[in-house]
Write a protein that binds this ligand. Structure first.
Ligand SMILES: *Cc1c(COP(=O)(O)O)cnc(C)c1O
Length: 378
C-alpha cells in the first residue's frame, strides 16, 4: 500500500459540470459557471471575488492595484511560497522579509513595525497552514503608517480569525485552488476585494486592461483599452470544476479537520517526550485542516523521518525554502530582522500525508510506521 502525500479529490459532479459546460457551447471566461462561483462567494463570504488562473495571478493583480513604484517596499515573511514575493518584484517593488513566530509559523507582528520605512506600501499576511496571522495587530500597524494590509490566503480557505474568514479581513485577499490545496480546480485562484476602492479597477486589470466587464453588464456600449492589465480570467471549464468543489467545500474541510485531529492526538506523546513539536492554533483562530506538520529538533532527524516513511511507501514532504536564502530572493529582496526562526523551521518541518479520501487503514499504517521510527530509529 502506497500512501501519497496528496490525492486530488473529485465528487463526479466536477465531471458532469465540465460536460455541461462544453455542451453549452461557451467555454471561455466569465461564463455560466464563473457566475455561479461568484454568487456562491457572495453568499458564503459576503464578498465580491474575481476568479483567476491561480493565487499567483491574484497576487500579481494586488501588486498592480497598489500602483507600486520602483523600490517601494512590501513587508512579508520569508517563509512563504515564491509567488508572495515574486508578484511584487514584477512591478519593481522590493519585498522586505521579517522573521516568523515559533508557534504559528506566521509573520512575527512584533517585528513588523521596525521594518516600516518611508517606502513601505503594504504588509502581506500569509496564513500558514490556514492558521491566521495576528490580524488586529497588523491592521493597527497598517492604519498607523497608512499601509495596505494584504492577505495571501492561499492556504486559508475556511480558516478564520475571531470569526472572520481569512482573506476577507485585509484590503485584498487571495485564495489558491491548486490541486495541493483544500478546494481545487487543478490550477486556480481568486482575488477577494474587501476595500471597495479597488472594485472597478480590479475588473479592468483582469480583462487585459479593458472595460469589457462593464460592457458585458450593459453599463457601457462598447469596450476598449483603458488601463494596464493582463488576461487573468480562467476558462469556464475550470469554474465548472471549481463550482462542484465549492458546493462540497464544507464537507471537504470537515473531513480534513477530522484527519488533522487524529494526527494531532497521535503525535501528542512524542511532543510530551520532547521529540517533536506539534502545530499551535490560538483559541480565537479556526484552522481548516490544510496541512498537518510536525517539527523535529534538527535537520538530521527530519531527514531520517522522511526517508524512513518513504522506505515504507509513505510520502511526506518538507515545505518552503526561505525566500531570503534563494537566488532571486537575494537579488530582489532585503531582510529586516534575523531569520533564525525561518531557517530553523524550514530545516525541521515535515508535512504528513493529508487528503480528503484518506482511509482509516492508511492512517493506521502511518501511525504504526511512525511508532517504529520513534522506538527504534531515533
Ligand atoms: C500555494 C501557494 C501560493 C500559490 O498558489 P497558486 O495558486 O499555485 O499560484 C501562494 N502563496 C502561498 C502561501 C501558497 O501556499
Amino acid at each position: 500500500m502506497k500512501i501519497y502525500f496528496n490525492k486530488p479529490h473529485n465528487s463526479q459532479k466536477e465531471i458532469q459540470n465540465i460536460v455541461n459546460c462544453i455542451k453549452s457551447g461557451k467555454i471561455s471566461g466569465d461564463g455560466y459557471y464563473t457566475d455561479l462561483c461568484n454568487k456562491w462567494f457572495l453568499k458564503e463570504f459576503g464578498r465580491k471575488i474575481l476568479l483567476t488562473h491561480s493565487c499567483t495571478c491574484a497576487l500579481e493583480m494586488m501588486a498592480i492595484l497598489l500602483d507600486l513604484k520602483k523600490d517601494d517596499e512590501i513587508i512579508m515573511p520569508s517563509y512563504s511560497f515564491v509567488s508572495t514575493a515574486n508578484a511584487f518584484v514584477l512591478t519593481g517593488a522590493k519585498p522586505v522579509f521579517v522573521d516568523i513566530k515559533q508557534n504559528t509559523l506566521n509573520i512575527d507582528e512584533n517585528l513588523v513595525e521596525k521594518a516600516v520605512t518611508k517606502k513601505t506600501k503594504a504588509i502581506v499576511a500569509v496564513h500558514y497552514a490556514g492558521v491566521s496571522c495576528e490580524m488586529d495587530k497588523l491592521q493597527k500597524i497598517a492604519k498607523k503608517h497608512n499601509l495596505y494590509l494584504l492577505e495571501d490566503s492561499a492556504l486559508g480557505f475556511y480558516g478564520a480569525y475571531k470569526n472572520k474568514p481569512l482573506g476577507t479581513i485585509g484590503d485584498l485577499g487571495a485564495y489558491s485552488f491548486h490541486e495541493t490545496k483544500n478546494i481545487i480546480s487543478g490550477e486556480g485562484g481568486c482575488l477577494i476585494i474587501n476595500n471597495k476602492k479597488f472594485k472597478d479597477r480590479a475588473e479592468i486589470i483582469r480583462e487585459k486592461g479593458t472595460n469589457r466587464s462593464k460592457f458585458l453588464r450593459g453599463e457601457v456600449d462598447k469596450y476598449s483599452w483603458v488601463d494596464i492589465g493582463s488576461s487573468y480570467l480562467p476558462s469556464d471549464l475550470i469554474s465548472a470544476f471549481l463550482y462542484a468543489q465549492l458546493q462540497n467545500s464544507k464537507k471537504i474541510t470537515q473531513n480534513r479537520i477530522k484527519i488533522w485531529n487524529k494526527y494531532h492526538n497521535f503525535f501528542e506523546k512524542y511532543e510530551s517526550a520532547g521529540l517533536i513539536n506539534r502545530p499551535f492554533v490560538p483559541e480565537y483562530c479556526k484552522h481548516n485542516g490544510s496541512i498537518y506538520y510536525i517539527l523535529f529538533q534538527n535537520l538530521k532527524n527530519r531527514t531520517k523521518f522522511i526517508e524512513y516513511l518513504k522506505k515504507n511507501n509513505i510520502f511526506s514532504s518538507f515545505h518552503y525554502i526561505p525566500l531570503h536564502s534563494s537566488v532571486a530572493g537575494k537579488k530582489y529582496c532585503k531582510i529586516s530582522s534575523t531569520m533564525d526562526v525561518t531557517n530553523k523551521i524550514s530545516d525541521t518541518l515535515v508535512r504528513m500525508p493529508l487528503f480528503y479520501n484518506m482511509t482509516e487503514k492508511q492512517l493506521e499504517k502511518i501511525f504504526k510506521v511512525t511508532e517504529i521510527f520513534f522506538d527504534k530509529v531515533i
